[in-house]
Write a protein that binds this ligand. Structure first.
Ligand SMILES: Cc1ncc(COP(=O)(O)O)c(C=O)c1O
Length: 398
């Protein structure tokens, strides 16, 4: 008898590995091999975690905070998160509605698992963060996309949403400020979208992980802040990775109506247990020492803002390229459609010939664009843009 070799699951065979992490890994491998790479692929701040946060985690380690903690997070951190929603957004949140997870990515996945059943549809505005479709699929649901391109500032409008809803739609994903476009929805846009979500009884996953990385005096408006009803249907995800340069710490947050928060915590109790205990004490310091945190955040924001403007103006000087000035996160999403190449080929050739790493728009559900992260030094931006300009000029004749 010759038994068939065992097969991987449908989950494993159907999941698409993260293209952003793949390109970042490739760029880092080229650098390790001695290549002079200009990488615009990173999805993380190029700053170290502020000192007071690191010190608090070290102190917690030394004090023996090395054991299991309550699944949804240590009590003082859940309370501090609830308090910060009240102080920042006027949202009255009980600590029991807060779940701390090993990363915002995991928080998003748990949110989908908590509200989606097989057969449900998850509505995802494109360009989207690469993980949403895969998470929806892993929850047994079907991702559906609505394209909001640069003609509408990469922001979905209520009419587009209305037209995309079916009887199976269960969840709408909103991500403002957005990865990959940096777009920030206005209050009236969020109001119009939430009115539609309300009418159709949808849950809304509001991924606000870039909530504090925002420029030009713009304020992000979270859907949960609009009304009591909006708050009840919204699952807010955020985390410590981007705002506090804590990507490696793996700490995400989720705030939701009591029943949803309880479901998320119960799912987490079987999937990961608590987020790393001593890391949570570091996060607590970020919230409990706001003056020090503010200094670090403002320095980072000033650098990002300068680079944002620099990269934006340089990209728009390249013939046939056009780029909107994003108001949040640390990405720009220029339109490269006039070069006539699929974005994947454009980015592969750019890396091959000029050693410039960028992520193709098709990875985010938007052909004809690419994502550039400006979470990198001014010097890399200047050098990378020069190479990009040369690459584009070379394409002119091809
Ligand atoms: C839109 C968006 N949401 C969530 C995350 C998750 O971040 P983390 O898992 O590091 O907290 C990211 C990270 O790239 C992101 O870009």
């Amino acid at each position: 008898m010759n038994p068939k070799p065992p097969q991987l699951s449908t989950w494993a065979r159907n999941v698409a590995p993260s293209p952003t992490l793949a390109i970042d890994t490739k760029a880092k491998a080229l650098m390790a091999a001695g290549e002079d790479v200009c990488s615009f692929a990173a999805g993380e701040p190029d700053f170290d975690t502020p000192e007071h946060i690191k010190e608090a985690a070290v102190a917690a380690l030394k004090a023996g905070k090395t054991k299991y903690a309550p699944t949804p997070g240590i009590d003082p951190l859940r309370k501090a998160i609830a308090d910060s929603y009240a102080a920042t957004y006027g949202l009255k949140v009980a600590p029991s509605q807060v779940v701390v997870s090993p990363g915002g990515k995991f928080s998003c996945y748990l949110a989908m698992l908590a509200v989606c059943s097989p057969g449900d549809e998850v509505l995802i505005p494109a360009p989207y963060w690469v993980s949403y479709p895969e998470m929806a699929k892993l929850a047994g649901a079907t991702p559906r996309y609505v394209l909001a391109d640069d003609s509408t500032g990469f922001r979905l409008n209520a009419a587009q949403l209305e037209a995309a809803i079916t009887p199976k739609t269960k969840l709408l994903v909103l991500n403002s400020p957005s990865n990959p476009t940096g777009a920030v929805y206005t209050r009236s846009e969020v109001e119009a979208i939430m009115a539609v979500a309300q009418r159709h009884g949808l849950y809304v996953l509001s991924d606000e992980i870039y909530e504090h990385l925002i420029y030009d005096g713009v304020k992000a408006v979270g859907p949960a802040t609009l009304s009591r009803e909006a708050e009840e249907r919204t699952i807010i995800v955020s985390g410590f990775s981007k705002t506090y340069s804590m990507t490696g710490w793996r700490l995400g947050t989720l705030v939701a109506a009591p029943a949803v928060a309880k479901a998320v915590s119960e799912l987490q109790s079987q999937m990961s247990s608590n987020a790393t205990t001593f890391a949570q004490y570091g996060a607590l310091a970020a919230l409990q020492q706001p003056d020090k945190t503010k200094v670090a955040l403002e320095a980072m924001l000033a650098a990002f803002d300068r680079r944002r403007k620099l990269l934006h103006s340089e990209l728009n000087r390249i013939p046939r390229m056009s780029c909107l000035l994003a108001q949040g996160a640390f990405y720009l999403f220029p339109n490269i459609s006039r070069f006539g190449l699929p974005s994947q080929e454009f980015c592969a050739r750019l890396l091959e010939s000029e050693k410039v790493a960028a992520v193709n728009g098709s990875a985010f559900g938007a052909e004809g664009y690419m994502r550039l992260s400006y979470a990198t030094s001014d010097a890399i931006i200047a050098k990378g843009v020069e190479r990009l300009r040369r690459f584009c000029a070379g394409l002119a004749g091809s």
